[in-house]
Design a protein around this ligand. Sequence first.
Ligand SMILES: [Zn+2]
Length: 51
Amino acid sequence: MSHYLTPELLSVLVCPKDQGTLHYEKERHQLVCDVCKHAYSIKNGVPNMLE
Ligand SMILES: [Zn+2]
């Protein structure tokens, strides 16, 4: 399911708007920015950072 989202990958992903830290919400299968709370959906194991 989320096998592409390794801790190493998550540690380098930041919000493109404000460089905030992203954390993974497994209930919604999204990455959520800690700063602006924007949620990025994950398609085929790759976060969509362009939303
Ligand atoms: Zn953000």
